[in-house]
Design a binder for this molecule. Structure first.
Ligand SMILES: Nc1ncnc2c1ncn2[C@@H]1O[C@H](COP(=O)(O)OP(=O)(O)OP(=O)(O)O)[C@@H](O)[C@H]1O
Ligand SMILES: [Mg+2]
Length: 231
């Protein structure tokens, strides 16, 4: 996918982002002017105390929610408040790979079918999608689990399948929110190894929100958020 923003190398630019949650009379200013940019192939960890606004920021970057003001440009596309629903759907489909704390694998589909889903959504034909999904599962050592259902594999394996599903379409940006939050130390290390390997080999651009120092240390850059700001 070619960036339309040739004057700038960054894959992501965030400028003066503000977000306030309102609930009737009450309101909470959660993002108080966030600015940063990320270059292609960077692996960035966002750390900070609970309530700092990390998930809020990630949700805005993934167009799951909208900022009150400020600018987000990802791979040449600006996520404005006026953006059409359909454009947002296509943006999420083509530009973002998500990894959440829970794997959210679809129980009625096998492992390989789960990994195929993002490609099928893009219109890739079944055989080609299956080949690509199988290839990435093999790279992360899960080819022997391909035809199992999510209920038949472990939590650690499920979370590594979620990585495969996020990267299979080779999106310009991967967003992960506490992806190791539910893993024991052994599976946490395996998850980090898988992410590291794919990131290095495929030059993936990753932003991960994490409390875990091991995962943060795997990143090439660390940003600290506190009270709605990057400090
Ligand atoms: N949908 C919402 N409506 C109202 N307030 C919200 C909403 N989502 C988050 N908040 C509030 O915004 C603040 C920041 O939340 P956020 O989830 O971004 O923090 P976080 O840094 O991800 O924290 P944690 O490390 O615990 O996941 C918190 O005070 C939270 O209660
Ligand atoms: Mg959070």
């Amino acid at each position: 996918m070619e960036s339309q923003n040739s004057s700038q190398a960054a894959i992501l630019t965030v400028q003066d982002l503000h977000k306030t949650y309102r609930d009737g009379e009450a309101f909470a200013e959660v993002l108080k002017g966030i600015s940063f940019s990320v270059d292609p192939g960077e692996f960035v960890a966002i750390q900070g105390p609970s309530g700092a606004g990390k998930s809020t920021l990630l949700n805005l970057l993934g167009a799951l929610d909208k900022p009150d003001s400020g600018k987000i440009v990802i791979d040449g596309l600006e996520l404005t408040a006026q953006i059409k629903h359909k454009t947002v759907d296509v943006f999420r489909r083509d530009k973002i790979g998500f990894i959440f704390q829970n794997h959210y694998l679809m129980q009625e589909f096998t492992v390989v079918e789960n990994v195929m889903l993002p490609l099928r959504a893009q219109g890739v034909v079944y055989a080609e999608a299956k080949e690509k999904a199988a290839k990435i599962l093999k790279r992360i050592g899960l080819d022997h689990r391909m035809n199992h259902f999510p209920s038949q594999i472990s939590g650690g394996e499920s979370q590594r399948v979620a990585v495969a599903r996020a990267v299979v379409k080779n999106p310009p940006l991967i967003l992960a929110d506490e992806p190791t939050g539910n893993l024991d130390s052994d599976n946490r290390q395996r998850f980090i190894d898988v992410l590291n390997t794919l990131q290095a080999e495929d030059k993936l651009t990753i932003i991960v929100v994490t409390h875990e120092s091991e995962l943060a240390m795997a990143a090439s850059r660390r940003l600290m958020m506190r009270d709605g700001k990057i400090v």
